[in-house]
Ligand binder design. Structure first.
Ligand SMILES: *Cc1c(COP(=O)(O)O)cnc(C)c1O
Length: 259
């Protein structure tokens, strides 16, 4: 088994264990493989193990990989998987089906002059943080594609972080985004400040869940919480994560790059 196959299996086992500990169904958590700086060959290995959702941060790099892997992973049979991996895959099923095409998620900071690439090439955007971006993406989303699925990124760490919209601005932004025809608002995303303090981390994740629940009380129907990475996915799952974004635990250390 390749390192990536073994790593994927180990991450899925962590997700499975965290779900069990939290009394949640493993099917309620989707694994997003964060493949920034990794060459297409690495993604191909993960895809051949059944991984279907990939997260990218740099547009130029992502465009190349999307072009390269397009149409490659449609009809792979599940037969080439080991029995063990197939069982775990079965338990963690969403975005993980050999019959499905690859799903591309943009998760990095997005400049407003770069929205067209995301609107045209991606299935998801996790880092929506202002209305101007949302309006451009909605207008630029090709009518031949389903609406771009989006999460609003929220700054749950106060002054310790700058990325994401402030919790106080979230209700108005969420209502405005939900009304745009080219977008489908599905939930919230957060990247808490790095900390070894698990209780603090959990409070950040819990805040994101409470903000999502409040928006639902106010009339939206959001089911997605994109939170948790290689080092903290257990804490995020304990607080309700439905998508965990995992890079280094699958692919190893990142290659040096950045475009
Ligand atoms: C790089 C990145 C990740 C993955 O982080 P790892 O620690 O490698 O798992 C997750 N989310 C975002 C937004 C990222 O930029």
């Amino acid at each position: 088994m390749t390192t990536i196959a073994a790593n994927l299996q180990a991450v899925k086992q962590r997700i499975y264990a965290a779900c069990t500990a939290a009394g949640r169904s493993p099917e309620s958590v989707t694994l997003l493989a964060v493949s920034k700086t990794q060459p297409a060959a690495q993604l191909r290995i993960a895809a051949s193990c059944g991984q279907r959702a990939f997260g990218e941060n740099y547009l130029q790099e992502a465009e190349q990989k999307i072009a390269e892997l397009r149409n490659e992973f449609h009809d792979k049979s599940r037969d080439e998987l080991s029995d063990e991996l197939r069982d775990i895959n079965h338990a963690i099923h969403r975005a993980d089906d050999h019959a499905q095409p690859i799903e591309w998620h943009f998760i990095g900071p997005l400049q407003s002059n770069k929205t067209r690439t995301v609107a045209e090439l991606f299935d998801w955007l996790h880092s929506l943080d202002r209305l101007k971006l949302a309006e451009r993406l909605s207008a630029q989303r090709p009518k031949t594609l389903p609406p771009l699925q989006v999460c609003i990124q929220v700054n749950v760490s106060g002054e310790a972080s700058k990325s994401g919209c402030a919790p106080a601005e979230l209700p108005a932004l969420a209502q405005a985004v939900a009304a745009l025809p080219g977008l489908r608002l599905l939930g919230l995303m957060a990247i808490p400040e790095p900390t070894e303090d698990i209780a603090l981390l959990r409070s950040r994740f819990a805040l994101l869940r409470q903000l999502r629940d409040q928006l639902n009380t106010d009339g939206l129907a959001l089911d997605t919480l994109s939170m948790g990475m290689s080092h903290d996915l257990e804490a995020a799952i304990a607080e309700g994560a439905t998508i965990v974004r995992v890079g280094t635990a699958i692919f190893g250390e990142r290659q040096k790059t950045g475009t």
